[in-house]
Design a protein around this ligand. Sequence first.
Ligand code: ADP
Length: 224
Amino acid sequence: MRVLLIAPPGAGKGTQGALIAAHFALPRIATGDLLRDHVARRTELGRAVQQHLDSGDLVPDEIVVDMVLEAIVAAKAAGGGYVLDGIPRNMDQARATYLISRGLGMIPNVALHLQADDSEVTRRLLARAALERRSDDTEEVIRRRLVVYHEVTHPIVAWYAERGIVVSVDAMRPAEQVGREILDALETLRPVVDQVPGEARRPVDLTGLGVAFGAAPTDSGTSG
Ligand code: ADP
């Protein structure tokens, strides 16, 4: 199975991506982690991207696209599945990722969209800032990351929806609950995901399910 995650910062991409990777024994390709690792090791690439990370802006597309090419080649050799966390983050990256993955016979078959509103993700990121030291978890930089998300990242959800591979999840709830719902959905999709022809695929929206089953509405309609 080949899953990519689209979510605002703080919605749980890292947590849920790691859960999916562990559950299905897939390699997790997390561009943010790869970039921070370069910064920590003070590589040439790390020095080139540090300012972008610190300001909450995207690093240049070529850098992450090269990274993802290398990682998808490795994922192919390792068995053919992956969890992509952090790319694509704009339309050009979505197209580049598509071309790379198509060339390798590794097109993603699920685009998992985690929905959470700005106030909730800001609260989570500031809580994390008290525990970890990520240079971009300050109020000002979080605001910038959210602007970038809404302007250039969120629009790619519609592009994947047209391809019928979007699964939307309400990520406002506790991580365990969100994780359970994601794993259930992916377990259900897994046997069919490679069999369904492109034109027959339909997006799956799980965000209304909790409400349908009597859970309190979470008011996550404004963003995600
Ligand atoms: P978050 O989603 O919480 O912002 P990430 O670890 O995914 O966390 O990303 C952190 C930062 O790394 C981003 O703000 C950006 O500067 C950089 N980054 C990660 N992935 C990409 C990408 N695909 N394109 C450009 N920049 C990226």
